[in-house]
Design a protein around this ligand. Structure first.
Ligand SMILES: Nc1nc2c(c(=O)[nH]1)N[C@H]1C(S)=C(S)[C@@H](COP(=O)(O)O)O[C@H]1N2
Ligand SMILES: [Mo]
Length: 355
């Protein structure tokens, strides 16, 4: 049997920023976020349950719901369809949860639940074309091969998440078979996962075992009880990635020479293109405009850099604030929601100007 290879989780945990050991959840270290594409070995891992060990030769995706025609897709079927490569930044909706007050329940992510990857696979739309999809379908549900009983559930549930039909139809929504030009590792969803560019990570279901075409809105556990913004205004599903930036250099807590300091990082949004990034070195501004480099793709984060005068020796707080083409801008503080998703508040690091 040829299973998608995976190391023992203690090896995997070595040299990683572990948030939880079982199931293994790790952050991308800030040093690994210096490159436009994140190395697979340093890409964050977010799994709700243990990694299922699937046989990549025998694995098939069951197609169910409003379709006509044959009801499964083998890995060989997928390999024979045209392959497409998409560079995409994926962020977990829980990224930066530890920055929210009062502290919400959930995995205590700092800012490393993000990575940018070259995904290769088959457009989901293309894979579905073989099946004469019923025109009344409104959502596509992807079900993972992993399952378990969450603390607040009464029975075992599989990880499953639905996306609207128009998102499923986008050519860049992939059934991904490769990650950074290598076979998709088991911990990242091998042999096959969904990749939904622009959406928080929960939509990119790993270890796809079944795809269902739904004529109504899906109401399962991971759609209605997790990955929802829940506060006094009600409950809304988490969808696209909110505009955000991070400061990659200088590093938090580092020492710099007095003078014009070069500050740089990344900015991304699932709701539009990044239109500006500004950097500030004090609580009341001024905000200096950063210059923007072209991104690897329209779904990938954009590198920015700014020169900021830091003349006074001692501690300074550097902040970055991105805006996107939809008009959205990073808020000063996170908006509170019970499960602590979507924290896109202004980024900050502390630096020490040497005397
Ligand atoms: N089957 C399955 N798919 C899943 C998950 C999961 O727990 N099970 N986690 C989701 C979440 S919350 C995120 S952020 C991404 C993380 O993908 P990665 O582990 O490859 O970084 O996978 C998504 N797909
Ligand atoms: Mo996530």
């Amino acid at each position: 049997m040829s299973t998608t290879h995976d190391d023992d989780s203690s090896d995997l945990a070595a040299n990683r920023e572990v948030v939880r050991y079982a199931p293994l959840n790790t952050e991308s270290p800030i040093a690994a976020l210096a490159t436009p594409i994140t190395a697979t070995a340093h890409s964050y891992i977010r799994s709700n349950f243990e990694t299922p060990q699937l046989d990549s030769n025998a694995h098939r995706i069951v197609l169910a719901g409003a379709i006509r025609g044959r009801g499964f897709l083998s890995m060989e079927d997928l390999a024979q369809l045209p392959q497409r490569t998409v560079v995409s930044t994926m962020e977990c909706a829980g990224n930066d949860r530890t920055g929210i007050r009062p502290l919400p329940v959930g995995e205590p992510w700092k800012g490393g639940a993000i990575s940018t990857t070259r995904w290769t696979g088959v457009s989901l739309n293309h894979a579905l074309e073989a099946f004469e999809v019923n025109g009344k379908s409104v959502e596509v549900l992807a079900i993972g091969a992993d399952s378990g009983t969450p603390m607040d559930a009464t029975e075992s549930v599989a990880f499953a998440r639905a996306i609207p039909m128009h998102v499923a139809r986008s050519a860049d929504t992939l059934l991904a078979l490769r990650m950074n030009d290598e076979p998709l590792p088991a911990r990242h969803g091998g042999p096959v996962r969904l990749v939904v560019p622009g959406w928080y990570g929960m939509a990119s279901v790993k270890w796809i075992s079944q795809i269902e075409l739904l004529s109504g809105e899906y109401g399962g556990y991971f759609q209605r009880q997790r990955y929802v913004y829940e506060n006094q205004d009600g409950i809304r599903p988490v969808t696209r990635i909110r505009v955000k930036s991070l400061i990659a250099g200088p590093g938090d807590g580092s020492f710099v020479r007095a003078g014009d300091v070069s500050v740089w990082g990344w900015a991304w949004s699932g709701e539009g293109e990044i239109s500006s990034v500004e950097v500030s070195a004090s609580g009341d501004g001024p905000w200096y405009a950063a210059s923007l480099m072209s991104p690897e793709s329209s779904h990938a984060w954009r590198r920015w850099e700014a020169s900021v005068p830091l003349r006074v020796p001692g501690r300074h707080v550097l902040r970055s604030r991105a805006r996107d083409s939809s008009g959205a801008i990073q808020p000063d503080s996170p908006f509170w929601n019970r499960l602590g998703y979507g924290n896109n508040a202004v980024a900050h690091v502390t630096v020490n100007v040497e005397r």
